[in-house]
Design a protein around this ligand. Structure first.
Ligand code: TRP
Length: 459
């Protein structure tokens, strides 16, 4: 712990690496390996990937810099941060929106993370053996998510793990694990890429993933890519404000956020380079399969490598760990808010937030096949999990990111914003371009996309 220069006594990260690891741990998760490939598949492939990359560079990175510096300046949770930077204004509600959004994302995130726990067990017990085509692995998946008892058990287990970590503050331990386990996940991804691209018929998948067809691009493509950038980089709801609030003033915001964005993007790109070649090679599955995509394709590719069961087990367990370090950041935002602003104890905040998020996750857990009741309700036909992901994982994050840009670009004074982001930085010349992006390009681009969405909903 170092003494800090902010207005509150606050613990700071032990080192720059600790911050990068924690922020990368938050960013790298199901968003990269589960959500990115299935969205790429649903949105036509390579063109989506290209748009995504531009958005990460021109919107995601600047917004992450803004969030981290706002947190670092004010040393508070998201609500307190807005209050600290603009006292007695309505801006604090942006923080409140973020807390609610994080909470809602956590509820269904835990459901999907529970699937990865279950799949770890399935892989090592040989449940995938001899299932070589997606028709068979698809049936295995439907069977699993159709069983209410197992999906709820794994959802409960994952949520309990998340609560335990956030409550016990064993984060130092987690940081150390992240340091060891994430590089292993990375190496395994590389191995999987090598296997996937050398499968017979992989070329078609590589083309789908890397050769853009712009005729498929619509506004929906941009919205999906923007929402995914926010989701994957953990932006738009204050997670990076919270993590930034523990960052020392002597650290370089430009360097650290760039490193985190780069890691996150590379992992997502690699995941796509596994899924699509494998998908087209084994045949029988559609790129548009949606949330079940990786759970159907991965088991089929594990069968085509030596010791595939073991390999698959290790892979899914690492994915679960990656999901855990992300879920921690979602819960941490709610807990930081309740302890800072409402005066709750850490215990009470963790239990209550985790418990309620678990309950809110139940309909999501049952919506993928275990209960037909939910999908009989007209509004819920698309599936409760998909609906939550659309509303919170996409729209709410995008709205939050938009408001953050308007705040930092227009409400905070330019001097203040520039000083906050550049303090401790070795790249002072990047200050102005960053500010121009946050003030003009980001809100304009995000605003246009949101406006299109609004018009589509109204007509
Ligand atoms: N980024 C994480 C992932 O890719 C999910 C996540 C963690 C998140 N914290 C967040 C998403 C905050 C949005 C906001 O899996």
């Amino acid at each position: 712990m170092e003494p800090n220069t902010g207005n509150l006594r606050r613990e700071t990260w032990g080192s720059r690496t600790a911050f990068v690891l924690a922020a990368a741990g938050s960013a790298i998760g199901l968003g990269n390996i589960w959500r990115f490939p299935y969205l790429t598949g649903q949105n036509g492939g390579a063109a989506f990937v290209l748009i995504y990359l531009f958005i990460v560079l021109l919107i995601g990175l600047p917004v992450m810099m803004a969030e981290v510096s706002l947190g670092r300046r004010t040393r508070r949770n998201p609500v307190g941060a807005f209050e600290g930077a603009a006292p007695n204004s309505a801006w604090r509600n942006v923080g409140v929106l973020g807390v609610i959004t994080g909470f809602a994302i956590l509820s269904y995130y835990s459901v999907v993370a529970g699937w990865t726990l279950a799949y770890t067990l399935k892989a090592v017990t040989g449940a995938f053996t001899h299932l070589t085509d997606p028709g068979e692995t698809g049936r295995l998946f439907e069977h699993f998510v159709g069983d209410p008892q197992s999906v709820l058990t794994y959802h409960a287990l994952f949520m309990a793990l998340t609560v335990a970590v956030v409550m016990g503050g064993v984060r130092r331990g987690i940081e150390r694990w992240t340091f060891i386990l994430m590089p292993i996940l990375f190496l395994m991804l590389i191995l999987l890429v090598l296997r996937a691209v050398t499968l017979e018929g992989a070329g078609q998948g590589i083309a789908f993933y890397l050769k853009p067809d712009f005729s498929k691009v619509t506004t929906a493509t941009f919205l999906a890519a923007l929402g995914q950038a926010f989701f994957s980089l953990s932006l738009g709801m204050g997670a990076m404000i919270t993590y930034g609030s523990y960052l020392s003033q002597s650290e370089d915001v430009v360097f650290t956020t760039a490193a985190v964005s780069l890691f996150d993007t590379v992992i997502a790109l690699l995941a796509g380079l596994v899924i699509f070649p494998a998908l087209f090679s084994v045949g029988g599955a559609e790129p548009t399969a949606g949330p079940k995509l990786v759970f159907v394709v991965l088991p089929a590719i594990f069968q085509r490598i030596p010791f595939g069961g073991l390999f698959g087990g290790v892979f899914f367990v690492l994915l679960a760990v990656a999901a855990l370090t992300s879920a921690i950041s979602l819960l941490e935002v709610c807990v930081a808010y309740m302890t800072d602003e409402k005066g709750w104890t850490r215990h009470k905040a963790c239990f209550l937030a985790g418990g309620v998020a678990f309950i809110l996750g139940i309909p999501a857990a049952l919506s993928t096949g275990a209960s037909t009741f939910l999908s009989s309700i007209p509004l819920l036909q698309m599936g409760f999990l998909d609906l939550m992901d659309m509303l919170f994982g996409n729209v709410a994050l995008t709205v939050g990111g938009f408001l953050l840009c308007v705040f930092v670009g227009w409400r905070w004074s330019p001097e203040e914003a520039l000083a906050a982001v550049m303090e401790g930085s070795a790249y002072p010349s990047l200050g102005r371009p960053w500010f121009l992006l946050i003030r003009y390009l980001c809100p304009l681009a995000i605003g246009t996309i949101l406006l299109h969405l609004l018009m589509k909903l109204l007509v």
